[in-house]
Design a binder for this molecule. Structure first.
Ligand code: ZN
Length: 293
């Protein structure tokens, strides 16, 4: 099940659906940030939700920034996802690990927290970004994305996110499904869709049973004719940070700050929040910034 996003319509264009497998990119995020199984599940759901929402609402160079600030021990979860399929993100406390719920599932709701906020900044890349904020509903994130779409964007939707973490910490499967009613949808379609979605198994169950995104969508939207519009196989964890960007960021701090770095540390170490990449800037490079700012 390689990482992919597919976009489809159903019910003669009255329903839009996006489905994604994100197993490889969630494993990459978990490796980079050394997340506990609980943090892997929470960050993985946030990354997957970001990609689904981006595919459903953005085009071209458009990006979404998702800030999930719950009262739970994980702290802030920040995700940046683009319509081009690239996503990056981090969690403030990747080491936090909670005992499973009585149902045997990872306690994402407890780790994120049942109260707090989810804020999403929509940037089309053409100026005038806007931000919507809603209160967290359960901290399970699928419910919270659903609530965001329904209240902040006024789009009746269902978002199902699934991450299965093996005892070793490896993520066996990650992915999700977003189904939304288009503005032209009639009451009968809306009612039938609600009945269908109420019976929907979890995303991990769907993935185990149906294996492909096309089959998952067909099962999730049983009774509706599904038409696949777009398949994107280039989804990946990607961060645009680089040694050049780090040097430019240090240069922007100004001469006094750079002199201070040279005198106190003799070098500078910078870590990118988003991807946890570590950059070491040598004394020679710092001196060079003073000579050629
Ligand atoms: Zn980075």
């Amino acid at each position: 099940m390689p990482d992919r996003v597919i976009i489809a319509t159903a019910g003669n264009g009255q329903i839009r659906a996006v489905a994604a497998f994100t197993t490889d990119l969630v494993n990459e995020a978990a490796r980079r940030h050394a997340t506990s199984p609980t943090a892997s599940a929470a960050l993985g759901k946030a990354l997957t939700g970001g990609l689904l929402l981006s595919a459903a609402t953005m085009k071209g160079t458009g990006r979404l920034t998702i800030r999930i600030m719950g009262q739970g021990p994980l702290g802030l979860i920040l995700v940046d996802a683009g319509a081009n399929g690239t996503v990056r993100g981090y969690v403030s406390h990747p080491e936090v690990d909670l005992a499973p719920t009585p149902q045997g599932t990872i306690d994402v709701g407890g780790a994120v927290g049942q109260s707090g906020t989810m804020s999403i900044t929509h940037d089309t890349g053409l100026g005038h970004p806007y931000t919507g904020t809603v209160a967290l509903q359960s901290g399970q994130l699928g419910d919270d994305f659903t609530h965001y779409l329904a209240t902040s964007m006024q789009v009746p939707s269902a978002v199902s996110l699934g991450i299965f973490v093996e005892p070793s910490g490896h993520i066996e499967v990650a992915g999700g499904l977003l189904v939304q009613l288009m503005p032209n949808a009639g009451d009968e379609i809306a009612w039938r869709l609600e009945q269908t979605l109420n019976r929907l198994p979890s995303f991990t169950q769907l993935a185990r049973q149906y294996h492909t995104l096309e089959a998952i969508l067909a099962a999730a939207l049983e009774g509706f004719a599904v038409e696949i519009l777009q398949v994107d196989g280039t989804v990946r964890f990607e961060c645009p940070c680089s040694p050049e960007r780090v040097l430019r960021a240090i240069a922007s701090l100004g001469e006094a700050e750079i002199r201070d770095m040279i005198e106190v540390e003799g070098q500078a170490e910078v870590r990118c929040h988003f991807c946890n990449e570590r950059y070491l800037v040598t004394r020679e490079q710092l001196v060079e910034l003073l000579v050629n700012p």
